[in-house]
Design a protein around this ligand. Structure first.
Ligand SMILES: Cc1ncc(COP(=O)(O)OP(=O)(O)O)c(N)n1
Ligand SMILES: Cc1nc(C(=O)O)sc1CCOP(=O)(O)O
Ligand SMILES: [Mg+2]
Length: 207
């Protein structure tokens, strides 16, 4: 059964091998069995794989998502969307344009990052399936993250767009995930809350 996009966003796990001090394939297997609702393959930044190694890891991770019926979303890398038969793509303000992507992928999930009002103003919001709002809290995972926007950003977006699917991202953990949902987000996106968890199953339950 296919989930509605808002349900798909509820526990949205993002990972690349650079985020892991254990085997990423094993991490995703445990997270998938524990109940994540979406996965984004984000092989990016210091220590990340490229070329064939990136593709091979992507194939393994894609397969795990298929087995668990979890949407598989590719970060940034448009070529990989076709190569891995991804369910969607997530882009930021400086990535491939949403207008172009929507033409290329009329039926795939398209997510876009928005961190402030001027980004909203210049974004074709009606063409995306969801937006990623962040960084909500301080994050040690992304060195080039923008200024922390806080829960106020979720509240403001929800007020402006009552029906738009929104996922919060940045510094979200079992301790603060509920505050993001209470502020109006449909879900939480996490990297380190799962990749660095001592008990991945418990972390997935608690976000
Ligand atoms: C769900 C979600 N939200 C935001 C982002 C960040 O995307 P972007 O701004 O393009 O930054 P990079 O992830 O590409 O470094 C995301 N990936 N996922
Ligand atoms: C990939 C990413 N994008 C962000 C944004 O604000 O757009 S914050 C971020 C890193 C999220 O990692 P963690 O859950 O470990 O804080
Ligand atoms: Mg990007």
């Amino acid at each position: 059964m296919t989930l509605a996009i808002t349900e798909t966003l509820r526990k949205y796990f993002i990972m690349g091998s650079q985020n892991c001090d254990r085997d990423p394939i094993e991490i995703l297997k445990v997270a998938a069995a524990a109940g994540i609702t979406a996965f984004q393959f984000r092989e990016k930044g210091e220590g990340s794989l490229t070329g064939n190694k990136k593709l091979e890891l992507g194939k393994h991770l894609r397969e795990i998502c298929c087995e668990h019926n979890i949407p598989f979303i590719v970060n940034d890398d448009i070529e990989l969307v076709d190569l891995l038969e991804a369910d969607g793509v997530h882009v930021g303000q400086d990535d491939q344009s949403v207008k172009y992507l929507r033409k290329l992928f009329p039926n795939k999930i398209i997510g876009l990052s928005v961190s402030n009002a001027s980004e909203v103003a210049k974004s074709p919001i009606s063409l995306v399936d969801y937006i990623g709002a962040g960084p909500i809290f301080d994050t040690g995972t992304k060195p080039d993250a923008k200024t922390v926007v806080g829960l106020e950003w979720i509240i403001a977006l929800r007020e402006q767009f009552p029906k738009l699917p929104i996922v919060g991202i940045g510094g979200i953990s079992p301790k603060n995930a509920a505050t993001v949902i209470d502020a109006g987000a449909d879900g939480v996106s996490v990297i380190s809350a799962i990749t660095k968890a001592e008990n991945i199953k418990q972390a997935v339950y608690s976000i």
